[in-house]
Design a protein around this ligand. Sequence first.
Ligand code: MF3
Ligand code: CO
Ligand code: CO
Length: 250
Amino acid sequence: MVQIKSDADIQAMLPACQHAANTLVMIEEHIKAGITTNEINRIVHEYTLQHGGIPAPLNYRGFPKSVCTSVNHVVCHGIPDHKKLKDGDIINVDVTTIIDGWHGDNSKTFYVGKPKVRAQKVTEVAREALQIGIDVVKPGATLGDIGYAIQQFVEKNRFSVVREYCGHGIGRVFHEDPQVVHYGKQGEGMVIREGMVFTIEPMVNAGKAAVKLLNDDWTVVTRDRSLSAQFEHTLAVRPNGVEILTLPTI
Ligand code: MF3
Ligand code: CO
Ligand code: CO
């Protein structure tokens, strides 16, 4: 069942969404060779609390940390650990904050130092894929239109779209209906309506689309160990289009 949010609900989601976005702005200067993902986790955790938020990932279905950090061939849900970032890595930092019971979900892939050609290409394609998906969103379009636009663009660039994980409705619940898949056919899927709030978060692999879940039951990697990049925004459907809720205010 897809919830339709009122204007007041969408207003109420803004602090959580902006907090998540501001956290990504804040973390950028820390993303450099030598920092561990545990340190990134600690900085995000402390910043979140200091600014009146709760880190949604912590203890969510048993997730052990406050942020997801997905490095290189990790597709999503990477668990922060003792490993240090190295020059040339790419890292997705996925921040979800709860304020007043509302969730905001926002992620970005960052370069550690100077990226190699392929790392840069897959990251820029993922960044643009998210924007292309957002550009489709308006009342009357379908979820399939979003997936189609993203898949066409990614495959035209000879990369692939992950199938097993998708965008999602969001509000008082972290993951709610609808599922927003990043592949599909024009005109198929649910019709988008004013007041829907959901994420788009395409995971783009430099190699094949297949993924594998590691034994920790969280970390998702590309089966072929190719690089993977992702960007995510939380969006509200408005009468004439879309509002990106996860824009930074700092
Ligand atoms: N933030 C992720 C998403 O975009 C979900 C992470 S679940 C966690 O939907 F438990 F790993 F945090
Ligand atoms: Co999400
Ligand atoms: Co997220």
